[in-house]
Design a binder for this molecule. Structure first.
Ligand code: UDP
Length: 195
Protein backbone atom coordinates (compact mmCIF):
# COMPACT_ATOMS: atom_id res chain seq x y z
CA UNK A 1 0.00 0.00 0.00
CA UNK A 2 1.19 3.48 -0.85
CA UNK A 3 1.98 5.71 2.10
CA UNK A 4 2.46 9.42 2.57
CA UNK A 5 4.98 10.65 5.11
CA UNK A 6 3.34 13.38 7.18
CA UNK A 7 5.81 14.78 9.71
CA UNK A 8 7.34 11.33 10.12
CA UNK A 9 4.05 9.41 10.33
CA UNK A 10 3.59 7.04 7.37
CA UNK A 11 -0.13 7.28 6.66
CA UNK A 12 -1.70 4.75 4.25
CA UNK A 13 -3.26 6.34 1.16
CA UNK A 14 -6.61 4.59 1.54
CA UNK A 15 -10.22 5.66 1.55
CA UNK A 16 -12.87 4.18 3.89
CA UNK A 17 -13.77 1.30 1.62
CA UNK A 18 -10.13 0.34 0.93
CA UNK A 19 -9.37 0.47 4.66
CA UNK A 20 -12.37 -1.80 5.29
CA UNK A 21 -11.20 -4.32 2.68
CA UNK A 22 -7.77 -4.28 4.24
CA UNK A 23 -9.18 -5.02 7.72
CA UNK A 24 -11.35 -7.84 6.32
CA UNK A 25 -8.15 -9.33 4.82
CA UNK A 26 -6.38 -8.97 8.18
CA UNK A 27 -9.23 -10.99 9.72
CA UNK A 28 -8.36 -13.88 7.45
CA UNK A 29 -4.68 -13.86 8.43
CA UNK A 30 -3.64 -15.76 11.53
CA UNK A 31 -1.60 -12.97 13.14
CA UNK A 32 -2.03 -9.75 15.07
CA UNK A 33 -2.71 -6.45 13.26
CA UNK A 34 -2.97 -2.96 14.75
CA UNK A 35 -5.14 -0.32 13.09
CA UNK A 36 -4.96 3.35 14.07
CA UNK A 37 -6.63 6.39 12.60
CA UNK A 38 -4.50 9.45 13.43
CA UNK A 39 -5.86 12.99 13.14
CA UNK A 40 -3.69 16.13 12.97
CA UNK A 41 -3.48 16.37 16.74
CA UNK A 42 -2.09 12.84 16.98
CA UNK A 43 0.35 13.47 14.15
CA UNK A 44 1.58 16.58 15.97
CA UNK A 45 1.98 14.50 19.12
CA UNK A 46 4.04 11.97 17.14
CA UNK A 47 6.13 14.80 15.68
CA UNK A 48 7.11 15.82 19.21
CA UNK A 49 7.46 12.30 20.62
CA UNK A 50 9.72 9.92 18.75
CA UNK A 51 8.60 6.88 20.73
CA UNK A 52 4.95 7.55 19.93
CA UNK A 53 5.85 8.16 16.27
CA UNK A 54 7.52 4.72 16.13
CA UNK A 55 4.48 3.16 17.78
CA UNK A 56 2.20 4.62 15.10
CA UNK A 57 4.48 3.50 12.29
CA UNK A 58 4.46 0.00 13.75
CA UNK A 59 0.75 -0.26 12.85
CA UNK A 60 -0.47 -2.48 10.03
CA UNK A 61 -2.89 0.19 8.84
CA UNK A 62 -2.84 3.94 9.52
CA UNK A 63 -5.68 5.96 8.05
CA UNK A 64 -6.20 9.70 7.79
CA UNK A 65 -8.78 10.69 10.39
CA UNK A 66 -9.47 14.31 9.68
CA UNK A 67 -9.46 16.80 6.89
CA UNK A 68 -6.17 18.28 8.16
CA UNK A 69 -4.36 15.02 7.39
CA UNK A 70 -6.05 14.83 3.96
CA UNK A 71 -4.94 18.43 3.20
CA UNK A 72 -1.38 17.65 4.29
CA UNK A 73 -1.30 14.66 1.91
CA UNK A 74 -2.38 16.92 -0.96
CA UNK A 75 0.29 19.50 -0.16
CA UNK A 76 2.84 16.67 -0.19
CA UNK A 77 1.56 15.66 -3.66
CA UNK A 78 0.49 12.22 -2.47
CA UNK A 79 -3.22 12.90 -2.13
CA UNK A 80 -5.48 10.77 0.05
CA UNK A 81 -8.93 10.91 -1.55
CA UNK A 82 -11.06 11.21 1.58
CA UNK A 83 -11.05 11.31 5.33
CA UNK A 84 -11.07 7.76 6.70
CA UNK A 85 -12.22 8.18 10.29
CA UNK A 86 -12.22 5.23 12.68
CA UNK A 87 -15.97 5.44 13.22
CA UNK A 88 -16.76 5.29 9.48
CA UNK A 89 -14.37 2.40 8.88
CA UNK A 90 -15.80 0.56 11.89
CA UNK A 91 -19.32 0.97 10.47
CA UNK A 92 -18.30 -0.63 7.15
CA UNK A 93 -16.41 -3.40 8.93
CA UNK A 94 -19.51 -4.15 11.05
CA UNK A 95 -21.65 -4.31 7.95
CA UNK A 96 -19.30 -6.86 6.38
CA UNK A 97 -18.77 -8.79 9.61
CA UNK A 98 -22.52 -9.22 9.91
CA UNK A 99 -22.23 -11.78 7.11
CA UNK A 100 -19.23 -13.64 8.55
CA UNK A 101 -18.47 -15.71 11.66
CA UNK A 102 -15.87 -13.25 12.94
CA UNK A 103 -16.19 -12.39 16.61
CA UNK A 104 -16.08 -8.86 17.98
CA UNK A 105 -15.17 -7.50 21.44
CA UNK A 106 -16.10 -3.95 22.47
CA UNK A 107 -13.61 -2.39 24.90
CA UNK A 108 -13.79 1.15 26.26
CA UNK A 109 -16.06 3.94 27.37
CA UNK A 110 -17.68 4.59 30.72
CA UNK A 111 -19.35 1.66 32.55
CA UNK A 112 -22.47 0.58 30.65
CA UNK A 113 -21.54 2.24 27.35
CA UNK A 114 -20.07 -0.87 25.65
CA UNK A 115 -23.12 -2.92 26.72
CA UNK A 116 -25.48 -0.27 25.33
CA UNK A 117 -23.43 -0.10 22.12
CA UNK A 118 -23.72 -3.89 21.82
CA UNK A 119 -27.50 -3.69 22.20
CA UNK A 120 -27.85 -0.94 19.60
CA UNK A 121 -25.48 -2.62 17.14
CA UNK A 122 -27.38 -5.89 17.37
CA UNK A 123 -30.61 -4.07 16.50
CA UNK A 124 -28.92 -2.88 13.32
CA UNK A 125 -26.62 -5.80 12.49
CA UNK A 126 -28.70 -8.71 13.71
CA UNK A 127 -26.21 -11.48 12.88
CA UNK A 128 -23.20 -9.74 14.37
CA UNK A 129 -21.22 -11.94 16.74
CA UNK A 130 -20.37 -9.70 19.73
CA UNK A 131 -18.61 -11.94 22.24
CA UNK A 132 -17.75 -9.48 25.00
CA UNK A 133 -17.76 -5.96 26.40
CA UNK A 134 -15.64 -4.16 28.97
CA UNK A 135 -15.53 -0.54 30.12
CA UNK A 136 -12.37 1.49 29.57
CA UNK A 137 -11.64 2.55 33.13
CA UNK A 138 -9.08 0.35 34.84
CA UNK A 139 -5.83 0.31 36.79
CA UNK A 140 -2.58 -0.75 35.14
CA UNK A 141 -2.51 -3.91 37.27
CA UNK A 142 -5.87 -4.95 35.79
CA UNK A 143 -4.55 -4.94 32.25
CA UNK A 144 -3.48 -8.60 32.14
CA UNK A 145 -6.95 -9.61 33.29
CA UNK A 146 -8.55 -7.50 30.54
CA UNK A 147 -6.34 -9.12 27.90
CA UNK A 148 -7.29 -12.54 29.29
CA UNK A 149 -10.98 -11.62 29.12
CA UNK A 150 -10.61 -10.58 25.48
CA UNK A 151 -8.59 -13.71 24.65
CA UNK A 152 -11.02 -16.04 26.45
CA UNK A 153 -13.93 -14.53 24.52
CA UNK A 154 -12.41 -15.93 21.33
CA UNK A 155 -12.67 -12.49 19.67
CA UNK A 156 -11.05 -12.03 16.27
CA UNK A 157 -11.29 -8.25 16.45
CA UNK A 158 -11.39 -5.77 19.32
CA UNK A 159 -12.52 -2.16 19.11
CA UNK A 160 -10.34 -0.32 21.64
CA UNK A 161 -12.07 2.94 22.51
CA UNK A 162 -10.00 4.70 25.17
CA UNK A 163 -9.28 7.92 23.24
CA UNK A 164 -5.94 8.76 21.66
CA UNK A 165 -3.11 8.29 22.55
CA UNK A 166 -4.23 6.00 25.38
CA UNK A 167 -5.76 3.38 23.07
CA UNK A 168 -2.71 3.20 20.76
CA UNK A 169 -0.41 2.85 23.80
CA UNK A 170 -2.67 0.14 25.27
CA UNK A 171 -2.67 -1.82 22.02
CA UNK A 172 1.12 -1.52 21.65
CA UNK A 173 1.73 -2.63 25.28
CA UNK A 174 -0.47 -5.67 24.85
CA UNK A 175 0.03 -6.67 21.21
CA UNK A 176 2.14 -9.74 22.04
CA UNK A 177 -0.35 -11.02 24.61
CA UNK A 178 -3.49 -10.42 22.55
CA UNK A 179 -4.81 -13.34 20.50
CA UNK A 180 -7.08 -11.21 18.32
CA UNK A 181 -6.23 -10.72 14.66
CA UNK A 182 -7.18 -7.05 14.65
CA UNK A 183 -7.11 -4.34 17.33
CA UNK A 184 -8.58 -1.04 16.18
CA UNK A 185 -8.18 2.17 18.17
CA UNK A 186 -11.36 4.11 17.42
CA UNK A 187 -11.75 6.74 20.15
CA UNK A 188 -15.26 7.78 21.09
CA UNK A 189 -16.99 5.42 18.62
CA UNK A 190 -18.67 3.30 21.30
CA UNK A 191 -20.34 6.43 22.68
CA UNK A 192 -21.76 7.10 19.21
CA UNK A 193 -22.87 3.47 18.72
CA UNK A 194 -24.55 3.60 22.16
CA UNK A 195 -26.41 6.72 21.00
N1 UDP B 1 -12.12 6.55 27.76
C1 UDP B 1 -11.94 5.33 28.36
N2 UDP B 1 -10.97 5.23 29.32
C2 UDP B 1 -10.17 6.27 29.68
C3 UDP B 1 -10.35 7.50 29.02
C4 UDP B 1 -11.34 7.61 28.05
O1 UDP B 1 -12.63 4.37 28.07
O2 UDP B 1 -9.33 6.09 30.55
C5 UDP B 1 -13.16 6.65 26.73
C6 UDP B 1 -14.17 7.75 26.97
O3 UDP B 1 -15.19 7.28 27.83
C7 UDP B 1 -14.67 7.99 25.56
C8 UDP B 1 -13.44 7.71 24.71
O4 UDP B 1 -12.55 6.98 25.52
O5 UDP B 1 -15.66 7.06 25.24
C9 UDP B 1 -12.69 8.92 24.24
O6 UDP B 1 -13.46 9.58 23.37
P1 UDP B 1 -12.93 10.88 22.63
O7 UDP B 1 -14.01 11.29 21.70
O8 UDP B 1 -12.39 11.86 23.62
O9 UDP B 1 -11.67 10.28 21.85
P2 UDP B 1 -11.17 10.60 20.41
O10 UDP B 1 -12.16 9.94 19.50
O11 UDP B 1 -11.15 12.09 20.31
O12 UDP B 1 -9.82 9.96 20.41
Amino acid sequence: MDKVNILGVHVDMVNISQATDCIMRFLDEDKFHAVYTPNSEIIMLAYKDEKFCKLLNNADLLTADGIGVVHASKILKKPISERAAGYDIARQVLQKMNYTDHKLFLFGGKPGVAEEAKKKLLEEYTDLNIVGTRNGYFKLEEEAEIVEEINNSGADIVFVCLGAPKQEQWIERNRDALKVRVAMGIGGSLDVFAG
